[in-house]
Design a protein around this ligand. Sequence first.
Ligand code: COA
Length: 241
Amino acid sequence: MADFETIIYEKRDGVAYVTLNRPQALNAYNLRMRDELYQVLGAVGDDPEVRVAIFKGAGERAFCAGADLTEFLTAPSPVIARQVRWERDIWGLFLGITKPLIAAVHGYVLGDGIEIALCCDLRLASEDAQFGMPEPGLGIIPAAAGSQTLPRTVGSAKALEILLTGRWLGADEAQRLKLVNQVVPRSKLLPAAERLASRIKAYHPVAVSYAKQAVTRGLELSLEQGLELEARLGSRLLHCQ
Ligand code: COA
């Protein structure tokens, strides 16, 4: 794959490592990162060698401190922005990946940072992680699926509290709210994510993918439709083993 400016993409033993790599700007998400992430997500989804992916941030201080404020409101006109979004729905692509995705977050996890983590299936945080959604304070709303993924994860009351008050959460509170699965010391963050990835990799990839789809797609369905989905995936799985 091409070398990127804002992301490091590596593959080792079936695990893709996606590192947001602008540590000088606390890995703030800019237009370049958006374009590069779009390519990387395509690779994670399509490459049969990739069984599971780990998303992390470069440097000591942040997973991602949100949208790049130096580009704030410098984007093209709303018409062009909307056209780009339709042509390249990065968050739809992210949420549609059927392989397991793990976010290993540390330091600042703000705005797009939380939203990227919420596009993953499992979230590990180091003890120093701080979570917040500053968008309404900047006069905007989340644009990376966060207004939908956050309430589905922590419930609408907590999601609204986080959004409407701008209050930040520490790692322990994030775990209590089930925003993250596990909190570990900073030095143990990547090893903990790799341990999870190894466990997942030991299972049959199609069973893993169908289990993920049964849960994530099922959440959007009625119980009856969800049961049909489960039966359909289960029967398809029997035929491919
Ligand atoms: N966009 C662009 N650059 C950012 C950034 C962002 N979202 N967040 C941090 N940076 C840059 C800073 O400008 C600074 O660059 P410099 O060294 O060239 O001056 C560098 O990253 C370090 O940040 P700094 O603000 O000096 O660190 P701090 O520890 O004092 O504060 C934060 C950290 C996260 C509290 C603070 O940087 C901040 O509030 N960032 C903006 C968060 C935000 O509102 N994001 C948008 C969400 S929609």
